[in-house]
Each structure stands twice: as structure tokens, then as C-alpha cells.
Design a protein around this ligand. Structure first.
Ligand code: AMP
Ligand code: GLY
Length: 434
């Protein structure tokens, strides 16, 4: 029997706990801090995901066989490094390797060194220098805060004036705190976005799926940016030839370059791409699974995820066979009214126990029955992710929305166009979506 700790408390970590519990029903599973949905799957440890000292102390005491780190913050803060130092096996990148996500300027430099396709990029330590550059170039740019900024650090600009305003907001007004002390200006690219996920052991890797997420709060990609309002997998517009190209021209060279720099990447690598007329181009790397992408990728895997993570930590992923995923999954996020602005919490949730087979309900911002009989209630902005599974995206989508309609809490808000973009509709009409 193995003892496994999952670090994090969102929908992604619920999906990780669910998958680990399914693959390893005998495992003794712990989660820190978990949420209302992980309660039935794992023992909750009341430690925040970024409480590095607390987590290390718990691990020294409890000696888990494997630790899986979900969110970006503890990775960037060195949780993996700290656990390795006390001899704990941990799946996730070191802080040095996680810089591929935590510093966009460094990621651009690594991409350039690796010859990986990316937009023209310019890094600035001083806002005045960025302004002077934009003035000289006299064209708009995408302005990115260098550091982690909870999805709020990127401003896509249409004009030179907007570009100057974006520099001001990110670097001078402190909108994203210290993340904006350094800026990256990028050429704006056009095309659909696609995310590709790989499990990596520092040298070799396996692609485990493709997904598309929906970052805006409103239908038709309108309104404020959120942590993600839904996702689906796989992507019909990423062919197997394109995926092979992404592996050879993007993922393999990035991993080789990180290794060359002395920071081999172990963990889930998330490549955020734009499918341009000239082929796939990297717009970001993340050093973890996506949220809510994990909620559509993990259910489709046809291998034992724990064995794969153990093989990755041992540097033996090349010996581990990863069969391609089959079927499709669509996740619809139910949010609290007002999110991503201010919202109420403590709202009672009903209907989560009425889900059909082929519908998985992953909790994000919920808290369980505290023993006072109050039952399940909201505790965050993104409350639940309802994942529908099916033979294709159309079937999965119908199940996700069917499942979502059975859940009731006051002020529940969701997008109605997840997995219904023009590309998907067109392909479904042609009968080619799979
Ligand atoms: P990121 O956090 O880097 O993925 O950026 C957030 C969002 O900004 C992306 O999902 C894109 O929609 C957009 N974006 C980022 N970089 C670019 C770019 N170079 N050109 C066009 N849009 C971009
Ligand atoms: N869904 C976007 C992310 O996890 O970064």
C-alpha cells in the first residue's frame, strides 16, 4: 500500500485525487488542503498549498511514498526542492525548472535558445525603456508581466496608446504586484489557441492530451478574465501530424534546453500554443496541469497515472508505455455570481449527488459538511467543474450541460458555449469530430 499526498485545493487537485483513487484504490491518500469534494477520497491536511515549511514537516513525519504538487505557487516557491532535500519522492518541477512558467522573460530566452517557435519578444526591467521602445516601434504589442499573476498579467493591445496604458498598469500601478517589475512585450499573433500536456521525467516525455480552455467569464469570450470557465479535450484541430510536429519542434527541444541549463523538467509540462498560419507557436509554458484542463485530460487517460508519475520521478518514463487517450471530455465550470469580482460564499449547494454515470463533478471552491449539518456550501469563485464524458465532444458536451443543470445553488453562473466554438460546430457537421 502506498501513501500519497496531493498538494492543492482546487478542481485540478480534486481531479488528481479522483484519478489516483481510481488507479490505486489501496493507496492511503492525503490532500493539503483539499476541498469539499476531496473529503470522500482523501484525508484533508489543514495546510495551505504554499505552506512550504508545514508541508515539509508533515512529510518528514508521515514519510509519504509520493507527493504530487498541483498549483504553480508552491512549485515556484521551491516546494519540490525542499522535499527532495529531506528525501521525499515528489512529482513536479524544481523552482529552477518551474521558471519556465514563473518568469515569462526567462521562458522567452529559453525558447529562443532552443529554437522553439515563439512570437518576437522583448524583455524590459524598466517601464520607461518599454515605453521608449513602443514609441520607437510605433506599433501595438501584447504586454506581459514577467511573474506569476493569477492569469491577470497579460494585456493584448490593439493600439500604441493601449500598449503604453498596459505598461503603466502592469509596471507602475502595481496591478499585479511584483510580477510586473519586469515586462515582456510580444508581437501579437492570431489564430485558435491549443494546449498540449506532456508528462516529463527530465529527459523523455509522453504527450497525454490536448485541450482548449475558456478564460473569459462570458459567452463568446466576452468580459473579464477568469481562472478558466471550462475546457474540452481532445482538440479536433490538432491533427496527429501537428501533434508530432509540436513534439519535435517544441516539447523535445525545450526539455533538452532545460536539461542543458542544469534544470531538467520533471512533472506536467503545459504548452500554451497559438495555431497560426505558419504553424503552432508557443505563447506560454506552465509547469503543471491546467485547471480546468486537468478535469478533462485526467479522466481520459488509459494508463495508471501513479505508475507514470513514479516512472517520471525515477527518470524511467521512456520505459513506460502511454497508450493514446480515447473518447472526449467537456468540463463546464459553475461559478459564484459576481466572480471574478466580489462574490458571496457559504451558499448551500444541492444536486451534486444526482449525477449520471459519465458525469464527474469536481469541486473547486466548496467546503463540506463541517459536522454542523449545514451540508455542502460554496467557498470560492469557481465552485464546481462538471465533466461530461462521451465517445466524442458532442456527446460529452451534452452530458456536461445535462449534469450542470441538475446542480442548484443560488447565483450559479456558467458559460453556455463551452466546446461549441465555430471550429467544433463545423467539424461536427462534417462528422469528423472525434
Ligand atoms: P498567457 O498567460 O501568456 O497564456 O496569455 C493569456 C492570453 O493572452 C492567451 O491565452 C492569449 O489569448 C493571449 N496572448 C498571449 N500572448 C499572445 C500573443 N503573443 N499574441 C496574441 N495573444 C496572446
Ligand atoms: N486554465 C489555465 C491554466 O490552468 O493556467
Amino acid at each position: 500500500m502506498s501513501r500519497i499526498l496531493v498538494v492543492g485545493g482546487g478542481g485540478r487537485e480534486h481531479a488528481l485525487c479522483w484519478r489516483i483513487g481510481r488507479d490505486r484504490p489501496d493507496a492511503e491518500l492525503f490532500v493539503a488542503p483539499g476541498n469539499g469534494g476531496t473529503a470522500g477520497l482523501a484525508t484533508a491536511i489543514p495546510l495551505a498549498a504554499n505552506d512550504i515549511d508545514g508541508l515539509v514537516a508533515w512529510c518528514v513525519d508521515m514519510r509519504p511514498d509520493l507527493v504530487v504538487v498541483g498549483p504553480d505557487d508552491p512549485l515556484a516557491a521551491g516546494l519540490v526542492d525542499a522535499l527532495v532535500r529531506v528525501g521525499i519522492l515528489v512529482f513536479g518541477p524544481t523552482a529552477a525548472a518551474a521558471r519556465i512558467e514563473s518568469s515569462k522573460a526567462w521562458a522567452a530566452e529559453v525558447c529562443a535558445a532552443a529554437g522553439v517557435p515563439m512570437p518576437e519578444s522583448y524583455a524590459f526591467d524598466v517601464a520607461d525603456a518599454a515605453d521608449a521602445f513602443v514609441h520607437r516601434e510605433d506599433r501595438p504589442f501584447v504586454v506581459k508581466a514577467d511573474g506569476l499573476a493569477l492569469g491577470k498579467g497579460v494585456i493584448v493591445c490593439d493600439s500604441v496608446a493601449q500598449t503604453h496604458a498596459a505598461i503603466d498598469r502592469l509596471a507602475r500601478c502595481g496591478e499585479v504586484g511584483s510580477a510586473g517589475e519586469r515586462l515582456l512585450l510580444q508581437e501579437r499573433l492570431r489564430g485558435p489557441e491549443a494546449s498540449v500536456f506532456a508528462i516529463c521525467d527530465g529527459s523523455s516525455f509522453h504527450v497525454i492530451g490536448t485541450a482548449r480552455d475558456y478564460k473569459r467569464i462570458g459567452d463568446g469570450d466576452r468580459g473579464a478574465n477568469t481562472g478558466g470557465m471550462g475546457a474540452y479535450s481532445p482538440l479536433a484541430d490538432v491533427s496527429s501530424e501537428m501533434l508530432a510536429d509540436i513534439e519535435t519542434r517544441i516539447i523535445a527541444p525545450i526539455l533538452a534546453e532545460l536539461r542543458r541549463r542544469g534544470c531538467p523538467f520533471v512533472g506536467f509540462l503545459y504548452a500554451g500554443l497559438m495555431l497560426t498560419a505558419d504553424g503552432p507557436v508557443v505563447i506560454e509554458f506552465n509547469a503543471r496541469m491546467g485547471d480546468p484542463e486537468a478535469q478533462v485530460i485526467l479522466p481520459l487517460l488509459r494508463f495508471d497515472l501513479v505508475s507514470a508519475m513514479e516512472a517520471a520521478v525515477a527518470g524511467r518514463l521512456s520505459e513506460f508505455a502511454v497508450p493514446p487517450s480515447s473518447g472526449a471530455a467537456v468540463c463546464v465550470v459553475l461559478a459564484s455570481r459576481g466572480y471574478p469580482g466580489a462574490y458571496q460564499t457559504g451558499v448551500v449547494i444541492r444536486g451534486t449527488d444526482e449525477a449520471d454515470e459519465d458525469v464527474l463533478i469536481f469541486h473547486a471552491g466548496t467546503r463540506g459538511d463541517d459536522g454542523d449539518g449545514a451540508g455542502l456550501a460554496t467557498s470560492g469563485g469557481r465552485v464546481l467543474g462538471v465533466t461530461g464524458l462521451g465517445a466524442d465532444v458532442i456527446e460529452a458536451r451534452a452530458r456536461a450541460y445535462g449534469g450542470a443543470s441538475r446542480i442548484r445553488f443560488d447565483g450559479a453562473a456558467w458559460r453556455s458555449d463551452i466546446a461549441a466554438g465555430p471550429a467544433e460546430v463545423a467539424r461536427a457537421a462534417e462528422g469528423s469530430i472525434a
